[in-house]
Design a protein around this ligand. Structure first.
Ligand SMILES: [Zn+2]
Length: 128
């Protein structure tokens, strides 16, 4: 019964006007239908890879964010303290032999409160 229907439609692939036999026909030919299907799959793949790229970019940004958050943290390890004070890690290891050097020991991890270390250094060496 659908064979009696004749509808002027525009092919969604080549934009040619054609006579459709059913209301759901979107393409003038099988060729256009196939080409369009392939194109859609390609577009979908591109979209997926774009989403992947965007996700990777945003993950990268988050990593940068967490790194910079670490470096601005109040507590740092010896390498972080080295970056904060401009002293070499070797110098820091020498300085922390002083029992008065402010430190926080959590298990085996040695941490330093930046403010306390800066106060300690300026009060001990600042007047020299
Ligand atoms: Zn077509």
């Amino acid at each position: 019964m659908s064979s009696n229907i004749r509808i002027n439609k525009v092919c969604q692939h080549c934009n040619k006007v054609f006579i459709a036999k059913t209301t759901v026909t979107k393409f003038c030919s099988d060729q256009c239908a196939k080409s369009n299907y392939k194109k859609r799959q390609k577009d979908a793949r591109i979209e997926v890879s774009q989403i992947d790229t965007e996700r990777q970019l945003s993950e990268g940004k988050q990593q940068i964010k967490s790194v910079s958050r670490d470096s601005s943290a109040a507590m740092v390890g010896t390498s972080g303290l080295s970056a904060v004070t401009g002293l070499s890690e070797r110098t820091i290891f020498r300085l922390i032999k002083d029992p008065a050097f402010p430190r926080v020991k959590i298990g085996k991890r040695l941490l330093f409160k930046k403010d306390a270390v800066i106060d300690y250094l300026t009060s001990k060496y600042g007047n020299l």
